[in-house]
Ligand binder design. Structure first.
Ligand code: GLU
Length: 508
């Protein structure tokens, strides 16, 4: 019987979760959902020196914002609790000892100074990246080189030690990656990684394997930066006798800078004026802007991230979460790095904003107005939302682009006034205004347009002379949405007042 699919997102709480981490979580989530499996979150906090307060909460908040919800996590618990490795500390040592007993790991007593001396010795002998490995271990202080009674004595005296994996020599480690197909690595390139530290804490490698095994993880989907660790992990499964339960691996492609030159880094947000984190992060000495606070909708961010490294092979670009769950295919994820195209992210946001109900945007405008002590009904705000949709890229654009609806212009673009406000324009607007006041016209864009044209024609003034001055009078600006719609939304009283005021202030 095949096992139930169980995948995990296993971040280390060392700071804000980079947008690439959100993509990893998303791909795990999609994979779990489409296989009716479980998506869980495990916090890998064994490296206490890199622990950052608030990071775990940030991770949970960011994923919740995106709608990437786990069925088990440190917050909600689950059948395999606890889900924080620091709380599982007592579980790991037995597996390290099992490896020592079966000859696949050993104690090492080298001090920091001795390790450094080894590094320097090898460097001066021309070794580019010195390693503690199957050759160099023979010159170091460990349970392979020291006599058994000395090892025993050191352990009994409570001397500091670590447990290292004993990397075999001249072996090929082969495993199948769902994205890269067969990966083959010679053990001669791998070092004797520390598995258990002197404080009894496991390192990432041991804890990761033990937990994936105990938590019955079936597929490990993670970033490409973990590919070099995978052969060591494969060996650990083998050495622990868990080969049959070993998960399948998928290493996701890197996310590249917008210009394609190198890996996207957390500093690129500032460098390219774009967010590279899901939410704002205020660290002790650093601030990173978030997609959310930039004005992105979570569904747009999810859609954008899903296509970073994956495509369905069709022309479809807009996918809801449900559609992603249906169509996503881990086997079709690219090996090559995916360029982080921020313009494309904005395009997605624009598409999703266009499909947002007017009522929702109206509610947003209403709350913005309330913040500045103004009131407006949803019914009056909905047409504004509908009109501004075509141009809005971010939610806040509705507020910014809509300012002139809420506040009468205090001034008028001076360059345009100089260029376009003249006696003809003035006369045209006066004619229009007085006709509006004295004659009946249905207050709708189309009839208003016909009315304006008719009055100008009668006064022998070209429409072209009046349109921009009319826009200036109503909005103070030289460009914006359809002017007749603006007129309709402003309403007769407000429109007439604005016209009067402009004619007074700009009189030639
Ligand atoms: N704790 C690792 C990280 O921070 C997890 C890597 C993995 O998924 O195995 O990304």
């Amino acid at each position: 019987m095949s096992r139930k699919v169980r995948v995990r997102f296993a971040p280390s709480p060392t700071g804000a979760l980079h947008i690439g981490g959100v993509r990893t979580a998303l791909f795990n989530y999609l994979f779990a959902q489409q296989h009716k499996g479980d998506f869980i979150i495990r916090i890998e906090d064994t490296d206490q020196t890199r622990f950052v307060a608030g990071a775990e909460q940030y991770i949970m908040d960011a994923l919740a914002w995106c709608g990437i919800n786990p069925v088990e996590s440190p917050m909600q618990g689950g059948a395999f609790a606890p889900y924080r490795q620091s709380e599982r500390k007592a579980m790991y040592a037995q597996y390290a000892l099992q490896l020592v007993e079966s000859g696949h790991a050993y104690y090492a007593f080298d001090t920091a100074n001795e390790l450094e001396a080894m590094r320097l010795r090898l460097k001066s002998a021309g070794v580019a990246s010195p390693q503690y490995n199957s050759i160099t271990r023979m010159q170091m202080k460990n349970s392979i080189t020291l006599p058994a009674d000395e090892v025993k004595r050191r352990l009994e005296q409570g001397e500091d030690y670590v447990i290292r994996i004993k990397m075999p020599r001249r072996e090929e480690v082969r495993f199948k990656d769902m994205i890269r197909d067969w990966v083959s690595v010679s053990t001669d390139t791998l070092d004797d990684k520390v598995l258990l530290k002197s404080d009894g804490m496991p390192t990432y490698h041991l804890a990761n394997i033990v937990d994936d095994y105990l938590m019955q993880i079936t597929h490990v989907i993670r970033g490409e930066e973990w590919l070099p660790s995978a052969p060591t992990h494969v060996l650990l499964y083998r050495f622990l006798g868990w080969e049959k339960e070993m998960p399948e691996f998928a290493h996701l492609p890197l996310i590249l800078k917008p210009d394609g030159n190198g890996k996207l880094s957390k500093r690129d947000g500032a460098a390219f004026n774009m967010p590279v984190f899901p939410l704002d992060w205020k660290g002790e000495s650093e601030f990173f802007a978030g997609f959310k606070e930039w004005g992105f909708l979570p569904e747009a961010v999810v859609n954008f991230l899903a296509l970073l490294g994956w495509n369905s092979g069709t022309n479809q670009e807009i996918y809801s979460m449900a559609e992603l769950i249906e169509h996503f295919d881990i086997g079709k994820v690219n090996k090559a790095g995916a360029r982080f195209d921020f313009e494309k992210a904005k395009w997605f946001n624009q598409q999703y904003l266009r499909h947002k109900p007017d009522s929702e945007i109206a509610a947003f405008l209403q709350s913005k107005l309330a913040q500045v002590g103004k009131e407006a009904s949803l019914a009056t705000l909905e047409p504004i939302a509908a009109l501004l949709k075509e141009r809005a890229v971010f939610m806040n654009d509705f507020w910014e682009d809509g300012q002139f609806f809420f506040f009468a212009p205090e001034g008028y673009d001076p360059d345009l006034v100089a260029k376009k406000w003249n006696a003809d324009a003035q006369k045209g607007l006066e004619t229009f205004l007085s006709a509006l006041k004295t004659e009946a016209v249905e207050w709708k864009a189309e009839p208003l347009k016909a009315f304006l044209q008719e009055k100008l024609k009668a006064a022998n003034i070209g429409l072209g002379k009046v349109m921009l001055p009319l826009r200036l009078a109503l909005t103070g600006l030289g460009a914006g949405p359809d002017l007749m719609q603006v007129l309709e939304i402003l309403g007769k009283e407000e429109a007439c007042q604005r016209l009067e005021k402009a004619l007074e202030k700009l009189a030639v």
